[in-house]
Design a protein around this ligand. Structure first.
Ligand code: FE2
Length: 286
């Protein structure tokens, strides 16, 4: 077993996207701050409707997948394929933009707390032009694993327990993503196997963390993406504080392909981006 250490930190910064939704963006705030195949990670967390009410009116995507995960509040998704989905607290949405999707993501609430995440994960060149797909994952479809000092929601990938593996509802993605939402008790620790060579990062959204082997731990403050070194296993402990910590753990197989991004289009070459823009302008993207 080789423990992964905390290699570097990408702090989140406040940004505004969609029609004026206030977010915190860590990965993806600039072109250099990605972690192949992860392109972006946004957290939206607010009790103030002014921060989210405008939502994300119809907009396109091509060439990658968007994953939304909700902790509190309600969003509605609609797309040009006729899919309509209700994202609620504890649920997720896995959308494969493929060759093109035009969708809207609008809050269903006029007040109250909205808290969730959206990350973008790249598709390999051979899958960028596949048909768009959409999957709504209801909260009850996401298994929770209770460990000695952690509760783990398994959205994608696998957690090994004393009773065998527990697998998340998202399967068949070629980058083999792992997507866990972990709640650590105060003073608690959590270990997770991650295949060697896969990219991995941790994002604490409540409380702070300590990453790595006992005695060599490095601190990771809340709302910063902690990129892990290579290895076979991640070890994450709750930082000081009586409330424990909550974090996302994401990992996936890197693609090692060129990334050319223009806003919501992520392709391998400039020509492919120009083609996407041209098709979008002509109304034939999706
Ligand atoms: Fe979108």
């Amino acid at each position: 077993m080789t423990l992964r250490s905390l290699q570097h930190i990408i702090p989140s910064i406040p940004v505004s996207d969609g029609a004026g939704v206030k977010l915190r963006r860590s990965l993806g705030q600039s072109q250099g701050l990605r972690l192949d195949p992860f392109l972006m990670l946004d957290e939206f967390a607010s009790d103030n409707p002014d921060d989210y009410i405008a939502g994300f009116p119809p907009h396109p995507h091509r060439g990658f997948e968007t994953v939304t995960y909700m902790l509190a509040g309600d969003f509605e998704h609609q797309d040009h394929l006729g899919n309509k989905g209700h994202l609620r607290a504890g649920g997720a949405q896995w959308m494969t933009a493929g060759k093109g999707i035009i969708h809207s993501e609008m809050p269903l609430q006029k007040e109250g707390r909205l808290h969730g995440f959206q990350f973008w994960i790249n598709l390999p060149a051979r899958e960028k032009m596949k048909p768009a797909g959409y999957r709504d994952i209801q909260p009850e479809e996401i298994p929770t694993v209770a460990l000695a000092d952690a509760q783990v929601k398994v959205v994608a990938g696998e957690v090994i327990t004393a009773n065998g593996p527990v697998t998340g509802p998202i399967q068949g993605i070629s980058t083999a993503p792992l997507f866990l939402d972990v709640r650590l008790d105060a003073g608690g620790s959590f270990e997770q196997a991650i295949p060697e060579g896969h990219s991995a990062f941790v994002y604490p959204y409540a409380g702070s963390l300590l990453i790595g082997a006992d005695g060599q731990q490095k601190p990771l403050p809340a709302r910063q993406a902690g990129v892990l070194s290579n290895g076979t296993t991640a070890r994450v402990s709750a930082g000081a504080g009586a409330d424990g910590a909550c974090f996302l753990l994401l990992a996936a197989r890197p693609l090692g392909e060129p990334v050319v991004q223009y806003g919501p289009f992520v392709m391998n070459t400039r020509e492919e981006i120009e083609q996407a823009l041209d098709e979008y302008r002509r109304g034939v993207l999706a």
